[in-house]
Write a protein that binds this ligand. Structure first.
Ligand SMILES: NC(=O)C1=CN([C@@H]2O[C@H](COP(=O)(O)OP(=O)(O)OC[C@H]3O[C@@H](n4cnc5c(N)ncnc54)[C@H](OP(=O)(O)O)[C@@H]3O)[C@@H](O)[C@H]2O)C=CC1
Ligand SMILES: CCCCCCCCCCCCCCCC(=O)[C@@H](N)CO
Length: 323
């Protein structure tokens, strides 16, 4: 065989890998329409949820939002009305209360796109974190998400002829990697990964598609509150991924939902983090599957450098603190 013929063989390897991946990626690619659909958003009265509600309304959806404070809900309703002319439906309920959530979901009518976004966060060393607050974090972020999905699912499954449905969950980059100060929060968000992976297998036959969104620090009212008491080293580690504007996170999240992605990252560092933590997640895109396969080794090396950097920061910080 001539050397030039051998050279021709080189592109055959990636091309055949791409071809194989395009045949095997599951679930199959899907697009989720937003216009004229019913979008139901928990935690839709503030921050990322409110920005998502604005987007959905401006894209022509019928929008319902759920949160606890009736006053914040009313303010959100007015702000969306003012910006888009759309009248959103508001529901006051605590996601920890299954009956209250059920009632709201029932009243709102069949849901096409469910966005489970409510969340609470306090960054604190586990040693200093009260058991009550640990439990509160897990009950709102994780158990609350189960409540919302369980309440909405029967009616979502019955939506015959209404097109593909979506169940989307707002996690966090702290739901992909554990971070100092986030033991309770990370645990609550890692739980969503298991919930989402299992759920996708259970609802795929009903044309319902699951999306997990992983934002970095985002300039929301909740984040402003968190920053008042966040340990310095938590802020240092979180800064590896920078911070984002609420509207930009909502834009990325909505695009990811519409593209039917299982995993949605919001910035470049988040994209690396998703590659590094992809594990056994479903992947609908053969391009991304290809990238995952060829970067698997190198991305692990990058991840180890990040851990090296973080442990150095922790070591330095604990020395100055103990002086
Ligand atoms: N901001 C950030 O830096 C990041 C945030 N995230 C995640 O994004 C999501 C939204 O966060 P963000 O916009 O910052 O938060 P905000 O605190 O600004 O808003 C939280 C929303 O959730 C509602 N909510 C809180 N607890 C409950 C409850 N028990 N039952 C019903 N609704 C509830 C709040 O309304 P009310 O209090 O009236 O109930 C509010 O509408 C969360 O899941 C968070 O973990 C992820 C990564 C980064
Ligand atoms: C290959 C490896 C690349 C790794 C780079 C990624 C760095 C990740 C940093 C973790 C940031 C955690 C932010 C949590 C934000 C949040 O949820 C709180 N603000 C509470 O809302």
């Amino acid at each position: 065989m001539s050397p030039s013929f051998l050279l021709l063989l080189i592109p055959i390897i990636p091309l055949s890998l791409l071809a194989i991946l395009s045949l095997i990626v599951r679930p199959k690619p899907i697009r989720i329409p937003i216009k004229s659909r019913h979008v139901f958003i928990t935690g839709g009265s503030s921050g990322i949820g409110l920005a998502l509600a604005h987007r959905a309304a401006s894209e022509g959806a019928r929008v319902s939002i759920l949160a606890r404070s009736p006053q914040k809900l009313e303010e959100a309703k007015q702000s969306i009305k003012l910006a888009t002319g759309v009248e959103v439906a508001i529901f006051s309920a605590d996601v920890r209360d299954y009956d209250a959530v059920s009632k709201a979901v029932e009243e709102s009518g069949p849901i096409d796109v469910l966005i489970v976004n409510q969340g609470v966060f306090t960054a604190r060393e586990l040693e200093k974190h009260s058991v009550e607050d640990v439990r509160f974090t897990i009950e709102v972020n994780l158990v609350g998400s189960f409540n919302v999905i369980k309440a909405a699912l029967p009616r979502m499954k019955g939506r015959e002829g209404r097109g593909p449905g979506s169940i989307s969950l707002v996690s966090s980059q702290a739901g992909q990697v554990g971070v100092y100060g986030y033991a309770a929060y990370s645990a609550s968000k890692f739980g969503l990964q298991g919930l989402a992976q299992s759920l996708q297998q259970e609802v795929v036959a009903d044309d319902i598609h699951v999306t997990l969104v992983f934002p970095p620090d985002t300039d929301t009212p909740g984040f402003e509150e968190e920053q008042k008491s966040r340990p310095e080293v938590t802020a240092i580690i979180a800064a590896s991924s920078g911070s984002m504007k609420t509207e930009e996170v909502a834009r990325r999240a909505m695009n990811g939902i519409k593209a039917g992605k299982f995993t949605v990252s919001c910035n470049f560092e988040g994209f690396l983090l998703s590659l590094a933590t992809t594990g056994m997640s479903p992947q609908r895109s053969f391009w991304l599957a290809f990238l995952e396969v060829i970067t698997a080794g190198p991305i692990r090396l990058v991840a180890l450098f990040f851990q090296w950097d973080w442990y150095n920061a922790i070591e330095k910080w604990s020395k100055t603190k103990n002086k």
